[in-house]
Design a protein. Structure first.
Length: 260
């Protein structure tokens, strides 16, 4: 793959990938090793739900080869609860140290909820957030379209925070597809375009039950290349994870970008 584009999926440990993508009989402990032979990066999502430890990060790093990168989602205490506790950030950063030591740390993904809206208080929190982890590459994903302003992009650039570009359903209030880089790390997430079940679903996975066509992904070839041209490193992840569709689309897109 390209030296500047790291491509993979949002998560890798899914039981429903066994058969559709992982070979039949693949055990959970074998998944990352198999995955790392096919992709050069993964977005780690369990860190949002529970605080990671250095021991766990060292273990997963050992299952990947040289040059592999991990993008790590910020814990919910950092992005959703937002109580302003520096200790939370210290513990989180400490857990990342094995990845940093082995040269396998890509960046932090700070995904904020739809309820996190632009304003003075939010801008102050982003500034405080950055002050807690000033040396770590960090990308911000907004879920509220009201953030799409020149002021937002100027703020991110001033703070050295990357902007997460997304592909998702064209529903009112959701983020539009954009090609933008505000820091040294570019980032794109493909959530799928399942508009019908984006809000109307019983299980969370239903939202991400979507498989892209080559025609849909073709629109992103130029956008991703533009972001890669503007940044030393660009990460591209597919989050349409139901039944391995993310991995299937990621391999498809890698070929379209001439990365395989």
């Amino acid at each position: 793959m390209s030296a500047t584009i790291f491509l993979g999926t949002s998560g890798y440990s899914y039981d429903d990938w066994v058969g559709p993508w992982y070979p039949s009989g693949t055990a959970k402990r074998e998944m990352l090793t198999y995955y790392a032979r096919r992709f050069n990066a993964v977005e780690v999502n369990f860190t949002y739900y529970r605080m990671p430890t250095a021991r766990t990060m060292k273990q997963i790093a050992a299952k990947t080869g040289e040059g592999f990168r991990f993008a790590v989602k910020a814990n919910s205490e950092m992005t959703h609860e937002r109580e302003g506790d520096p200790e939370v950030f210290r513990i989180f950063q400490e857990a990342l140290q094995p990845l940093i030591d082995e040269g396998k740390f890509g960046c932090i993904l700070a995904q904020f909820p739809n309820s996190f809206k632009p304003g003075d208080e939010s801008a102050e929190y982003l500034t405080w957030f950055r002050d807690q982890i000033p040396s770590l590459p960090t990308v911000v994903e907004f879920r509220n379209r009201r953030w799409v302003t020149a002021d937002t992009f100027d703020l991110l650039e001033a703070l050295g925070l990357g902007f997460c570009c997304v592909d998702e359903p064209g529903l009112e209030g959701l983020m539009p597809p954009m090609s933008l880089a505000t820091a040294d790390v570019g980032y794109v997430r493909f959530h799928g375009r399942n508009a019908r079940q984006w809000y109307d679903h019983e299980e969370a996975w239903e939202r991400y039950n979507y498989q892209y066509t080559e025609e849909e992904l073709a629109d992103w070839i130029g956008k991703v290349r533009d972001i890669a041209d503007a940044t030393p490193e660009t990460f591209v992840f597919f989050n349409n994870h139901y039944q391995g569709k993310a991995a299937i689309n990621a391999e498809m897109f890698a070929q379209m970008l001439d990365l395989k």
